[in-house]
Design a protein around this ligand. Sequence first.
Ligand SMILES: [Zn+2]
Length: 147
Amino acid sequence: MNCPYCGTPLVEGARFCGSCGSELPQETPPAGPQARPSGPPPRPGPPPRQTPPPQGAPDIKDPNTALLLELLPGLFMGTFGIGHLYLGRVGRGLLIMFGYWFVLFINAILFMFVIGICTLPLCHLGMLALSAIWAYNDAKAIAEYGQ
Ligand SMILES: [Zn+2]
């Protein structure tokens, strides 16, 4: 770039001509700062798009996982309600868990009167089916309606 007044070659970025002392038009420096503000605007765009998936993803629970979490610990350990806890139904899950332990306690007493031999398997299978179906349907409802 040369001085527009005297034609002397100029040092890059110089504000005044070294030969004639004229103030030089600052064309290139303003162009830089102006170009930079146009850069950031596209950046605020992507963040709003990224926020909805993290909010939606954790809420969707797999009905089959909820079903298995009820069936397996229920069948082998007599512990129900884990599938409901998984779905975020903490109060209900704990109620089912402690409620069934209470049922087991009653059945233990009934064992002394032999009736427990019949009632325990019935309670266990009934609880297994009920809590598993409940957890499964609840998970499907959560997936569909978000509640
Ligand atoms: Zn000059």
